[in-house]
Write a protein that binds this ligand. Structure first.
Ligand SMILES: *Cc1c(COP(=O)(O)O)cnc(C)c1O
Length: 379
């Protein structure tokens, strides 16, 4: 494929997959070898990836799953979360975070977020009841909530911490990898996450051998061997063809995140000139953000996104409707006004392309288009 023809529809595309997966003989040759072995369910390629990833984040055990949603469900089930239990999470995540809790029969309880779009740890204790079993913080966009505070509260109330680090692969909070603070960390390798495969994939990391063994069984029908099951399980297995892609992409992840951070820094510096029209979250020097999403809040957001689309810049909104205001959340009893921060952010947030294939010219063009919008708009 000719590089010039890729993403020709957008001057600044959001989607980087055509570039990333163009001419990948390394993947195809590994797939060919796999085809010759016929190890299509679990097997050595899955094991190899699990070992590599556990090492990368400094965990004892890794279990690779079908996708990030399955990883969350498997984690919740491993810690016995069931009907009657409450799990505290945020109203501004992707649907899967809350969907996984509901899928286990438990009740999601939301706490509002801070100005950095992360779970506001100060609000957690007010949401704890006698039914609370777990905290499920999210590394939203690839940044981090105050995980030390989250874990301290969990300890005080004897709660499990399950981390939704689906967007956080390769990120760090005060030197500790995302997904390594609590009892268990869940990750996604969906094509738009920091470590991605050619389809779906996910994984969990933990240091808890007993949970690891239970999850290994549950992921694979509860089998101890071909003829015996110890528990009733399901099939949450990752595809070996995806494990192969993940193993090949893993060594590149730090470089990718570094490039995304450089792009984000450029955007931050330029967009700071537009305060107060644009509000940039606090960036902590002690954190490594994966920039799975580069998000800012901006004035006249809906007009701005139309302006950018008209200029052939593929900006997005993650997401325009908070979870507690979705139809699916009706029975939870929340209403407009329940989470003021998440609600006001939903009206103002904008996600800009920040990926590793953007050129300086594209970043400058994007910034110029945004400046142009505020300079010609009368306030
Ligand atoms: C992507 C994502 C998920 C779900 O992962 P899938 O692999 O798409 O199932 C869950 N939580 C968050 C925060 C995500 O970004």
């Amino acid at each position: 494929m000719n590089q010039d023809s890729i993403n020709k529809d957008w001057k600044v595309p959001y989607n980087y997959l055509p570039e990333q997966f163009d001419s990948r003989e390394d993947i195809f040759s590994e797939w060919k070898k796999l085809a010759q072995t016929s190890e299509f369910t679990l097997g050595p390629k899955v094991k190899e990836f699990e070992e590599n990833f556990a090492k990368y984040v400094g965990a004892k055990y890794c279990i690779a799953t079908n996708n990030g949603t399955d990883a969350l469900v498997l984690a919740l089930k491993a810690y016995g979360i069931k009907e009657g239990d409450e799990v505290i999470t945020v109203p501004n995540s992707f649907y899967a975070t809350t969907g996984a809790i509901v899928n286990c029969g438990a009740k999601p309880v939301f706490v509002d977020v801070d100005s950095n779009f992360q779970m506001d740890a100060e609000l957690i204790e007010k949401a704890v009841t006698k039914n609370t079993r777990a905290l499920l913080p999210v590394y939203w966009g690839g940044s981090s909530p105050d995980m030390f505070k989250v874990c301290e509260i969990a300890k005080r109330h004897n709660l499990i911490v399950i981390e939704d680090a689906c967007m956080g692969i390769g990120g760090k909070h005060k030197g500790i990898p995302h997904g390594r603070f609590g009892n268990i960390g869940a990750f996604s390798m969906h094509p738009l996450k920091s470590l991605n495969v050619m389809g779906d994939g996910g994984m969990l990391v933990t240091d808890d051998l007993e949970k690891y063994e239970w999850m290994s069984m549950y992921r694979n029908h509860g089998m101890t061997d071909r003829d015996h099951i110890k528990i009733w399980g399901v099939n949450m297995r990752i595809q070996p063809i995806q494990a192969i892609v993940a193993t090949l992409e893993l060594p590149k992840i730090d470089q990718i995140i570094d490039t995304r951070n450089q792009n984000a820094k450029f955007l931050d510096t330029e967009l700071k000139q537009l305060v107060p029209h644009i509000k940039i979250p606090n960036r902590h020097s002690y954190d490594v953000n994966t920039y799975s999403l580069y998000m800012v809040e901006c004035e006249k957001r809906d007009e701005m996104i139309l302006h950018l689309k008209a200029k052939s810049i593929d900006a997005k909104i993650h997401y325009p409707i908070p979870l507690h205001l979705q139809d699916a959340a009706r029975s939870l009893g929340y209403s407009r006004g329940s989470f003021p921060m998440a609600e006001s952010q939903a009206k103002n947030i904008l996600t800009l392309p920040v990926h590793q294939f953007l050129g300086t010219d594209q970043l400058i063009y994007m910034v110029d288009c945004i400046k142009d919008f505020y300079l010609r708009t009368k306030f």
